[in-house]
Write a protein that binds this ligand. Structure first.
Ligand code: ZN
Length: 425
């Protein structure tokens, strides 16, 4: 048993922050939280207590949509909308991952930076290359971080050197699944079925991936209703579908197993109902949606309708791997919606975005993202001394950290109870 003492802040529900000044969290050797206390638990030996003084202790971040092979393009090439952006900037970079040495070199940097940013769990797109994607999964294992790693299926409407086949993807997924069953760090790193999006996959591939999801129970991740031109294209490609979401649903890729759908800027009506009925997760990516001029997802409506919403950085359409920036953008774009609706659509609060970045996304990994009893202890120790010059309250300190802080303020990182030191490759 370990007991940590610090200024504890977390969001067990979207509407409220739980704040315990100089509180205690007891963590079992299994990494599971035993309890959280205002005072030192009775019969505790002081020698068991690790005291972080006046620092903040918050749940670690969970990034539910991020493209590892686009790391090199981060902060670049944001002058186009989605479809020309993919062809001009993204596909040429992803094609380089045919070379496992290049993948090893770049993925090391990517995983290292995720560690730096305090993102202890992620749902990640690799590329269409089986070996490079296995390399990415192994790096997460070595770093001790949790991740769902996706071998991308894509066999149409992309350059010839960036297309695989249904057989190749099924074989690659099976290999990755067997590999991670044995070497996935007790289930911390797992595979996820990843059709890039409807325009990249033939009906044959989509059907095969849906069947594979049904057979294995593996979760699914993809993109949905991000951009108007994309939605029109999907309607042409899948004329029998009643909406974009229905195109996935017909192939068993829409909530038949746990499913993440990034963006959903234009999700409404039947698609929204289908997401609700099937329990499909929205991954809100406000940096990306701003950078590619895609739109502003109706997050307040999703939340009011009881749809599950999580948060992603979506690099490199998002320009920053920090979930702090994702939270900040989520609040800011919700305020633009508020202004456009003349105040009819309430903007997101601080507790809501912390909830999205921690507990809401953590649910995809099990009991992760909160400090309640029974949760896995994923946590960050934040030293915000330089931001706390005027005796702010703990809630104000959290707010300033989200708006003004960065990775340099993170002093310790824990994933499933284990302190993760800097990955050295
Ligand atoms: Zn994406």
């Amino acid at each position: 048993m370990k007991i940590y003492r610090a200024n504890i802040i977390y969001a067990p529900t979207p509407d409220k922050l739980e704040i315990i000044p100089h509180g205690y969290i007891a963590v079992r050797s299994s990494g599971i939280i035993q309890g959280i206390y205002k005072e030192k638990p009775e019969q505790t030996d002081w020698r068991q207590v690790v005291d972080f003084g006046d620092k903040l202790l918050i749940p670690a971040f969970n990034d539910l949509h991020v493209h590892a092979p686009q790391y090199r393009n981060m902060g670049l090439a944001l002058d186009l909308e989605l479809l020309p952006w993919l062809n001009t900037y993204t596909f040429p970079e992803e094609a380089k991952y045919a070379n496992p040495e290049y993948a090893q070199k770049m993925y090391r940097r990517f995983v290292h930076e995720l560690w730096m940013q305090g993102t202890m769990r992620s749902a990640v797109f690799g590329t269409m290359h089986s070996e490079s994607t296995r390399i990415l999964a192994d790096l997460f294992v070595q770093a001790g971080m949790g991740s769902y790693v996706g071998l991308v299926g894509m066999n149409r409407n992309s350059p010839d050197n960036l297309q695989n086949t249904t057989e190749y993807v099924l074989e690659g997924l099976e290999m990755l699944r067997n590999h991670l069953d044995k070497h996935g760090n007790n289930g911390l790193v797992k595979p996820i079925i990843t059709p890039r999006f409807i325009p990249s996959c033939t009906p044959e591939m989509l059907k095969a991936l849906g069947d594979y999801a049904a057979k294995t129970g593996l979760p699914v991740q993809s993109h949905l209703s991000e951009n108007r031109s994309e939605i029109a294209w999907v309607a042409e490609l899948e004329p029998e579908s009643t909406c974009y979401g229905d195109a996935y649903n017909r192939y068993g890729l829409f909530g038949q197993t746990p499913t993440l759908m990034a963006h959903c800027c234009y999700t409404d009506g039947e698609e929204l109902e289908l997401m609700k009925r099937n329990g499909v997760y929205v991954v809100h990516c406000p940096m990306s949606n701003s950078n590619l001029s895609s739109g502003i997802a109706p997050i307040r409506k999703f939340l009011e309708q009881g749809i599950k919403v999580t948060l992603g950085t979506d690099i490199s359409a998002g320009h920053n791997l920090s979930m702090l920036r994702a939270m900040q953008y989520a609040i800011q774009v919700s305020k633009l919606r508020y202004a456009e609706s003349r105040g009819a659509t309430r903007f997101l609060s601080l507790s809501e975005v912390l909830y999205l970045a921690t507990k809401a996304g953590g649910e995809f990994f099990g009991k992760v993202g909160s400090f309640e009893q029974g949760y896995e202890f994923d946590a960050l120790v934040i030293d915000d001394t330089y931001l706390n010059a005027f005796d702010y309250t703990l809630e104000q300190r959290l707010e300033r950290y989200i708006y003004l802080g960065d990775d340099r303020d993170i002093k310790r990182r824990f994933c499933r109870g284990v302190e993760l030191t800097e990955p050295v490759w």
